[in-house]
Design a binder for this molecule. Structure first.
Ligand code: FES
Length: 113
């Protein structure tokens, strides 16, 4: 399992990202600053949590990859999912989000980052 980070988006849905910096592979931190960014301390790249994009002028030039997920209820019904390209299917009632479990699937036909 590669290092990854999990956040809750403003819509209540999970945001899962690889924690492997796209510059030289250090593990990025998990503290989110006031601008919604996380820091790779090795050579100082900031990554936007929502988009994964590095800041302008950062050593990292590529975004932190998104990791797909599935939200399931207690009866194992899929409530919502997000593919690794960011497409979301389904929606959740934010008041019931804490009753759902997050599952991470192995990518189909490709490799994860
Ligand atoms: S390894 Fe992250 S900025 Fe260089």
């Amino acid at each position: 399992m590669r290092p990854s980070l999990a956040f809750r988006g403003e819509d209540g849905l999970p945001i899962l990202r690889s924690a492997k910096c796209t510059h030289l592979g250090c593990t990025v931190g998990s503290d989110v600053d006031a601008e919604g960014r996380i820091l790779c301390p090795c050579h100082v790249s900031f990554f936007d949590v929502k988009t994964g994009q590095p800041n302008a002028g950062a050593p990292a030039k590529e975004p932190l990859p998104s990791i797909g997920w599935v939200l399931m209820d207690a009866d194992l019904n899929i409530v919502a999912s997000r593919s690794s390209d960011g497409a979301v299917h389904g929606h959740i009632d934010p008041t019931k989000a804490d009753q759902l479990d997050v599952y991470i699937g192995k990518p189909q036909g490709g490799r994860s980052s």
